[in-house]
Write a protein that binds this ligand. Structure first.
Ligand code: SF4
Ligand code: SF4
Length: 303
């Protein structure tokens, strides 16, 4: 079964052949080529957590502000796993495109833009729990890079496009999605809360940081002070932790050690809150009834 978390910039059939790192492609792209920017004018860019981390750092923005200004949400599958795409203008062009000078975030451009015209596929082979990476080539009429004489292997192309860090941080996230998709109905549809956690931990790192350093989180999970020090400053350390946390949220794996009896304590706290709420509701009802009686002592009298 093949899944493609990484998609080409806009919809187009990929060449069906399955390629690997040593496969060679004929392609070149450079400023000055006749079709320069044509691909960014109809952009359909799905973003990964690492893409968002790099872009929010590029703009020196918080993740919430970045998501609001530059992205649109969508559902990645029938279970409602949330994804985000780059926002475009009304003509479909990427908001980060300068029509004259090209990509305005080029050193921090998303992984889909780096791989193009390749699509990265994560394939889960039968009897294997580790997905295998493969590639397919996307050929679109407007892209003249395929007519260029240069031949290059896919591994060389990945180096040229600076994919290594992106691949390293995206790999675990792709695995999570692939595992969720191939788990079938046995694992079930994630709860609304799990989907919200997935969105926050994947895309809204600043909100996730506030969640992790909150008193209630620290009461439930056993993590050393050095961990909290590192994630306060370091977005990458936080992203690595977020991916671990998602395994717990989506698959119930015990990836983060809980404080002893944390579940029992939570239950006890919630029981107390329910009791207080019930008592308050009973008291409010009694007060309303006695106030009604005082206002009209014979409400049902026929005389
Ligand atoms: S991020 Fe840059 S390379 Fe990617 S579609 Fe937008 S302008 Fe083009
Ligand atoms: S060669 Fe292809 S990838 Fe490069 S600018 Fe032209 S359309 Fe975009």
């Amino acid at each position: 079964m093949a899944e493609a978390p990484s998609k080409p910039p806009f919809a187009s059939p990929a060449i069906p052949a399955m390629l690997n790192g040593s496969s060679r492609i004929q392609f070149n792209c450079y400023p000055g080529i006749a079709c320069f920017n044509a691909c960014c004018k109809r952009a359909d860019i799905t973003l990964t957590p690492y893409d968002i981390l790099k872009l929010k750092q590029h703009f020196n923005m918080g993740s919430e502000a970045f998501l609001k200004q530059y992205t649109v949400p969508f559902q990645m599958d029938a279970d409602g796993i949330p994804g985000v795409k780059m926002r475009t203008n009304d003509d479909g062009a990427c908001l980060l495109l300068d029509p004259e000078h090209g990509c305005t975030v080029y050193p921090n451009r998303p992984i889909v833009c780096r791989y193009y015209p390749l699509a990265l596929l994560n394939i889960r082979e039968q009897d294997s729990s580790n997905p295998k990476e493969a590639f397919s080539l996307v050929k679109e009429e407007h892209c003249q890079g395929h007519q260029e004489a240069r031949e290059i292997s896919i591994d060389e192309y990945r180096v040229e496009q600076g994919c290594a860090d992106y691949d390293q941080y995206n790999r675990e996230w792709y695995r999570l999605i692939l595992k969720k998709k191939s788990a079938g109905p046995g694992v079930g549809k994630p709860s609304e809360l799990s989907l919200q956690m997935f969105f926050m931990a994947s895309y809204n790192l600043d909100m996730f940081r506030r969640f992790v350093i909150s008193d209630s989180f620290q009461r439930n999970y056993q993590l050393p002070d050095s961990f909290y020090q590192s994630i306060t400053q370091d977005d990458l350390a936080l992203l690595e932790f977020a991916l671990k946390f998602l395994r717990q949220v989506l698959f119930g794996e015990r990836t983060i050690e809980e404080v002893k009896d944390a579940w029992e304590k939570r239950l006890e706290e919630r029981t107390k809150i329910w009791e207080i709420r019930t008592q308050a509701a009973v008291q409010a009802k009694a007060q309303t009834e006695s106030a009604e009686l005082a206002a009209d002592p014979t409400p049902n009298s026929d005389t």
